[in-house]
Design a protein. Sequence first.
Length: 223
Amino acid sequence: MKLSELRGNIPEQLYSIISSKYKELRPSQEKAIKKGLLKKKNLLVCTPTASGKTLIAEIAGLKVILEEHKKVIYIVPLKALANEKYKDFKAAYNRIIRIALSIGDIDSSDSYLGSYDLIISTPEKLDSLIRHSAPWLGQVGLVVIDEIHLLNDPSRGPTLEVLITFIKHLFPKVQLLALSATIGNPEELSKWLEAELVIDNWRPVTLHKGIYFDKEIEFIKKE
């Protein structure tokens, strides 16, 4: 799908920015749009690393912010990743939206976040914000859950599962967009999320498998 086909369906400010970088959508991005990304559908997107999942979130998020005038929460599992996303989003969109990073004191409701459009946070911090009844939470239109396959992580998975349960119960009209690398039970997870499932195996580079031994790699030949 040509990126130009999205013109008129996404905010012009967003189109102007991303069209300077991309001319065509990657397969997972096209599938997400056809599954209802721009129509407030919940989605679970399962594709390999570097296949374009972040742009899916950016397209949905900027549309919610600029057209619906609602907030977007972007959940990442680690503070280091949160800082990375914050820098990337600031570099790309700081001219048109207000972006905040909320990963600190879990005993604060961070009322100042009411002045921001895109809020990047960790599951632990967002869980605290919900428990403190942060007043701006009612203005959220989209929640992006990056690396959702970490639900299986013994240390972080339970907090993330409880957090998603809270969101679904307290904010049933909020759109959920879950992003994951390859996961073993996508159908089961999408059913729990009440989300459309997007699966694609396209990679920007070919993946080769091999065995490393004694400073040499023997690649496995494809049949």
